[in-house]
Design a protein around this ligand. Structure first.
Ligand code: UD1
Length: 338
């Protein structure tokens, strides 16, 4: 298949380009590099020994999308482009609704006009809010607690409405748990701007000496060691899940929702210990107050994806940590030094 990947230079997007190419597909990327670096795509081209056509610009630009659909015979779209920081979304909600909701609406309208019917959307486990129990299945109640989460939920609902109205439309909604790790080559990985919001890139920067210590947000949760429990999934497993979803569901209209997670709960302290062991670096930490909006435990039931897509995560926690460390230690300043 010939796939348009929006946000294809970003963390999950770049790994997914590789998974698609390795599965025999071809990709076209649109990215505005607002939270990504062109170097990531150059490295994808090196790893895959192929060139990847790139359109630099905003996915909310109808003219740009029309140009791409007229210049390429696109079979399906994987839509990663968007803003993803929870805190920023509270400060700048209109930015989040424009980048995440309005842009997605323009994309869906342009797809319909171009006769492209398959859309894979990067949603998030954040749509489950504070789940009543774990593991979380796809039919659990949804409800977001911040503009970022609401923007994901609204796009899910827009896609489901479109699947009702347009009997050809194929809405594939993938709810990611916590993507971490990097490509085995160590050439591409997560490269956040400024101070990382998320746990894994923060630990990686402590291990490499860029930051002095980790603040662990809360040591009094009702979990095995008092720290928050999450479902960390290797970004390459996640990327392969996208290829599987496209291959299995292309040509099967309707709305399809899947959790992409491992089903295993890992605490913050588990992750700190694994990182210190694998990197052989100390990870100094301090337990501080809980972060507002965090839940105690969040991990997936991965059964639906396994049954329908024949996909499950295969990489271990040590693979996640070792690949993260390979990327971080060989690129301490991310793509910026390239
Ligand atoms: C966060 C977002 C979620 C988003 C996801 C994208 C929040 C509240 N949630 O999920 O909406 O979809 O990122 O990747 O921001 N932690 C620390 N110290 C740190 C950073 C994190 O102790 O410096 C802890 C957190 O309290 C949590 C765990 O590590 O228990 C994972 O945090 P994080 O990586 O930010 O992911 P989520 O909060 O699960």
């Amino acid at each position: 298949m010939h796939i348009l990947v929006t946000g294809g230079a970003g963390y999950i997007g770049s790994h997914t380009c590789i998974a698609l190419i390795e599965a025999g597909h071809t990709v076209v990327v649109v990215d505005d590099f607002s939270n990504s670096h062109p170097e990531a795509l150059k490295r994808v081209e090196t790893i895959c020994e192929t060139s990847v056509p790139l359109y630099q610009g905003d996915v909310g630009s109808r003219a740009l999308l029309e140009q791409i659909f007229s210049e390429h015979n696109i079979d399906g779209v994987i839509h990663f482009a968007g803003s993803k920081a929870v805190g920023e979304s509270v400060e700048k909600p209109m930015l989040y609704y424009r980048n995440n909701v309005t842009a997605s609406q323009v994309l869906i309208e342009t797809m319909q006009h171009a006769g492209v019917h398959t859309l894979v959307f990067s949603s998030s486990a954040t749509v489950y809010g504070d789940p009543h129990s774990v593991p979380i299945a796809e039919d659990f109640p949804v409800g977001a607690t911040n503009p970022y989460g609401r923007s994901k939920l609204v796009v899910e609902q827009i896609m489901q409405d479109q699947a009702v109205a347009n009997s050809a439309f194929n809405a594939i909604i993938l709810r990611y748990f916590n993507p971490v790790g990097a490509h085995a080559s160590g050439k591409i990985g997560e490269d956040p701007n400024g101070i990382p919001n998320n746990l894994m890139p923060f630990i990686a920067q402590v291990a490499v000496g860029k930051r002095s210590e980790l603040s662990i947000f809360g040591g009094d949760y009702p979990t095995k060691d008092g720290t928050g429990v999450r479902d960390y999934i290797h970004v390459c497993d996640l990327a392969e899940g996208h290829a599987k979803a496209l291959e299995t569901l292309h040509g099967k209209p309707g709305a399809h929702i899947f959790n992409l997670g491992t089903g295993a709960g890992v605490s913050v302290l588990d992750m700190v210990k694994a990182y210190a062991r694998v990197s052989q670096r100390p990870i100094p930490y301090q337990i501080v107050a809980r972060r507002p909006g965090d839940v105690a435990q969040c991990y997936a039931s991965p059964d639906h994806a396994k049954t329908v897509l024949g996909w499950q995560a295969v990489r271990s926690l040590d693979d996640m940590v070792a690949s993260s460390w390979r990327w971080q230690s060989s690129n301490p300043h991310g793509y910026r030094e390239a």
